[in-house]
Design a protein around this ligand. Structure first.
Ligand SMILES: [Zn+2]
Length: 369
């Protein structure tokens, strides 16, 4: 089946939306946070745990999966859902962001990108066509177009060139798509120029994608610029399609971007910051490496229902983190991913009952960022 988006409710005091995405692997309630499973696993957490937490969809990275296990093995094994034993929706990026982050190891032309594999140093090539073909082999429920990523602080001329090529590649990606159940999102570019954002949104919506991502943010601009361009870009997109802000962010970023009308997010923060002993709660951040936690015989969050908070103290998590025990990383990752899910549940509930703006204001003012 093709992707379908139900627009269920709008917050009366902001642009926040409550929606539901139907995919071949099930339903996604939005706004949604998608944990990142770069190599086939959300770091330190297995899929049974993700199911217990209530994760609705995970993200896979095309660039890494292309290098290992690669198209042949994935095809032989029947796709990515089967390989990793995850029966819920999967979104894949196009790999563009990672490839463009390798400035000395890639060559870009109108046809596509050539880059050096970090595994065996061989040269690999991805074109808009082969990128989509590979995402179809992965079996991704939501595929992304291959786009040209430049830092948001690039000059106007560089941004125009990248944007125009992104549009030409988006069209080629759309033409290369062969399967209805693998839906495809376009990516709005245009850095921090309002006229380019407008032009990009118009060019992409005319191609009628299943949804739209806001790309080219969180790559060098200030927080104020990011907020402004998130809001500006979201308003340019059709109401009846999901909107995805790529690579964002902290709990504060999520709440601010929902206010701006964004439906989908992904980020490595919950598990990445867990490694440094940072836990998130509705009251803000808890930095478990701090010395005073060594004597604290209480959970990360007394009101949290996750098994980590029911059983383990901050003192124990402090001890594990200081000693760099993988178990500490894992326990905090579990709590953080649990918290992100409960945060998004609260966001969805309050949009429906009309209190989201009040909740967002309290959270943004009172929770330590
Ligand atoms: Zn917890």
């Amino acid at each position: 089946m093709a992707l379908k988006f139900d627009y269920l409710a709008k917050d009366p005091h902001s642009e926040a939306r409550r929606g539901r995405i139907h995919t071949a692997h099930g339903i996604i309630e939005t706004p949604v946070f998608m944990p990142v499973g770069t190599f086939g696993s959300v770091r330190t957490l297995d899929h049974t745990e993700l199911e217990d937490i209530g994760v609705q969809i995970i993200l896979g990275n095309t660039y890494h999966l292309y290098l290992r296990p690669g198209p042949e093995i994935l095809k032989d094994l029947g796709g990515y859902h089967k390989l990793i034993s995850w029966n819920k929706p999967i979104l894949t990026d196009s790999g563009g962001f990672q490839i463009f982050s390798l400035p000395h190891q890639r060559v870009i032309s109108e046809k596509g990108v050539t880059f050096k594999s970090y595994i065996d140093q061989s040269y690999k090539r991805l074109t808009p066509e082969s990128d989509i073909a590979f995402q179809e082999v992965i079996g991704s429920d939501i595929m992304m177009v291959l786009d040209v990523c430049v830092p948001s602080t690039s000059s106007y001329d560089v941004c125009v060139e990248a944007m125009n090529r992104t549009h030409r590649w988006a069209k080629r990606c759309k033409q290369a798509k062969t399967r209805e159940e693998n839906s495809l999102f376009g990516i709005v570019q245009g850095a921090i120029f309002e006229n380019l954002r407008t032009e990009s949104a118009e060019a992409l919506t005319s191609l009628n994608f299943d949804g739209y991502a806001i790309g080219g943010l969180a790559v060098g601009e200030s927080d104020e610029e990011r907020d402004h361009f998130t809001r500006f870009s979201a308003k340019l997109l059709p109401e009846n399609k999901p909107r995805y802000l790529m690579g964002v962010g902290t709990p504060h970023d999520l709440v601010r971007s929902v206010l701006a009308g964004v439906d989908m997010f992904d980020c490595i923060i919950p598990t990445n910051h867990a490694r440094q002993g940072v836990a998130y709660t509705f009251a803000g951040k808890v930095k478990l490496r701090r010395v005073f936690h060594a004597r604290e015989d209480k959970p990360i969050d007394e009101s949290c229902a996750c098994y980590v908070c029911k059983r383990f103290s901050r003192a124990y998590l402090h001890q594990l983190t200081k000693c760099e025990e993988p178990t500490g990383w894992k326990l905090i990752s579990y709590h953080n991913t649990w918290f992100y899910e409960r945060l998004m549940e609260k966001v969805r509930e309050t949009i429906v009952d009309g209190t989201f703006s009040t909740f967002a204001k309290n959270f943004l003012e009172n929770a330590e960022e």
